[in-house]
Design a protein around this ligand. Structure first.
Ligand SMILES: *Cc1c(COP(=O)(O)O)cnc(C)c1O
Length: 351
């Protein structure tokens, strides 16, 4: 067999310890699972009710156009038409579909460290990853990002706020980035954590995607909506991007359960916002505790915090976190903001 050489360096995804324990059936009930930036709470009751109602009809294919979800996303983002909404099996698939629209080869620029999926998708699509280091304060460096753009650049992916650093670009900085990019370069804003940004001026980031033909905002139901297990994400973009994205999307990429739960959750978005406010408050409590313990940490706009504290030391007190070694921060841990008792346990580990 001959395999594509670009695939040689790829390795299967090594999931965090909490997933491995769940797969092995290990008793994990005694752990606070803060590895994967999931929400500590289950789906909203509205989503569970919608799921229960449709399950008996799971013998049928769902709406392949995903119309109700597109409408709910459009209604939640003023100025958006359902035709500007992309959907996918997680926002991972929305990102993948977006890169599939570009001419073959070329380079994809993104800050680094960031989401491990980006270099993986580049390899799968035979595109060259062009990581640009975060600055000394772990921030994304707009000038350095623009300086990395060359004639072969097809797209730039900016995870905002960035996983794992938690740092973010203000909307003005994102606009400056968009202004500095050639029209032919796609700017993908991966806004998986946008609901946890507490800077009010970031509101309305989707408008940039509607205004410009080369900007896509990708979002997910996996984090603030608490639906990671159902796999559904969306994007907002101009008509041409949305049109082309629909050409590469698999006909039934969003399953029945995902469609109805995500739609119900979006319609109940005020409750999602309330939960996000809880996370933001608990994020502050954790950061204050890290500060009190004189531990270096990176102030975060996500539902997670990078802190210089070993994952093994957290595990000793029953807290599972993402090892920083896997994320480009050896000796650090990425701690997801959990429920109150979980965060209490994190704070207890520090003394
Ligand atoms: C969690 C996360 C996502 C969400 O991926 P899904 O496929 O929607 O579950 C996307 N981007 C980043 C950076 C993430 O951390």
């Amino acid at each position: 067999m001959n395999f594509r050489r670009e695939l040689d360096p790829l390795r299967p995804y090594v999931p965090p310890k909490s997933w491995r324990m769940a797969a092995e059936g290990t008793d994990e009930n005694n752990y606070a699972k803060l590895t994967s930036n999931e929400l500590a709470f289950g789906p909203l009751p509205e989503a569970i009710e919608a799921l229960t109602e449709v399950l008996p009809r799971a013998n049928r294919y769902p709406d392949s156009h995903v119309s109700r979800l597109r409408q709910a996303v459009a209604d939640a983002n003023p100025g958006t038409d359902p035709g500007n909404v992309l959907v996918g099996n997680g926002s991972s698939e929305v990102l993948f579909n977006a890169l599939q629209l570009l001419p073959p080869g070329g380079e994809i620029v993104f800050p680094w460290p960031s989401f491990s999926l980006y270099p993986t998708i580049c390899a799968i699509l035979s595109m060259t990853a062009r990581p640009v280091p975060l600055d000394e304060g772990n921030g994304m460096d707009v000038e350095a990002l623009l300086a990395a753009v060359g004639p072969e650049t097809r797209a730039m992916i900016v995870c905002n706020p960035n996983n794992p650093s938690g740092t973010y670009l203000t909307l003005d900085e994102v606009r400056a980035l968009a202004d500095g990019l050639p029209d032919g370069v796609l700017l993908i804003l991966d806004e998986a954590y946008v609901e946890f940004v507490d800077d009010p001026t970031y509101e309305g980031s989707h408008e940039l995607a509607l205004e410009r033909e080369n900007v896509l905002a990708a979002r997910t139901f996996s984090k603030a909506h608490g639906l990671a297990g159902l796999r559904v994400g969306y994007g907002i973009a101009s008509d041409p991007i949305a049109d082309y994205a629909e050409r590469v999307r698999f006909p039934v990429s969003v399953n029945l359960a995902a469609q109805v739960a995500a739609t119900a959750s979006m319609l109940a978005r005020e409750k999602v916002r309330e939960r996000a406010r809880f996370v933001i408050g608990e994020r502050k409590r954790l950061q204050d505790a890290f500060e009190g313990a004189r531990l270096p940490f990176i102030p975060s706009q996500g539902n997670f915090i990078m802190v210089r504290f070993e994952a093994a030391d957290f595990e000793r007190v029953g807290v599972l976190v993402r090892e920083g070694d896997a994320l480009g921060y050896p000796g650090w841990s990425r701690v997801t903001v959990g429920d109150t008792w979980e965060n209490d346990r994190v704070i207890g580990a520090l003394s």
